[in-house]
Design a binder for this molecule. Sequence first.
Ligand code: AMP
Length: 129
Amino acid sequence: MEKVFMNEPENELENKQQIECIFCKIISGVIPSPHLASNEYAIAIADIAPVAPTHFLILPRAHEENAVALHRSDSQAMAGIFSLVDSLTSRAGISDYRLIFNTGADAGQSVFHAHLHLIAGRPLSWPPG
Ligand code: AMP
């Protein structure tokens, strides 16, 4: 009995985070966004505010705050994400690109559902800002 009572608030919070998460809404289809590629672990969409001629986002289906949290909860999910990188770049003939997991607000993360940016189509400078 005690265990059930202790777990209830946590489950409610988890559901609330997912209900309010813009990427969960895209994955579930509540917000329409064409799926460019998908597999059992992740989907790929076009970024709404592209920073380069090619700017895809790969969204794991599972709601985790960042890439490491995702890896800890299901290490297969990262393989699923990289499988989509392979399909997208092979299909579009992209050989030069940058992959970015912004992690934490100071690193530029604004949506706290793990996601991988795939950016290409122009020369990319280094170091990043
Ligand atoms: P980050 O700042 O690393 O968290 O990246 C979040 C990215 O999500 C930004 O590049 C946004 O342009 C993008 N984004 C936010 N809302 C949407 C949306 N509805 N559809 C597609 N991309 C989005």
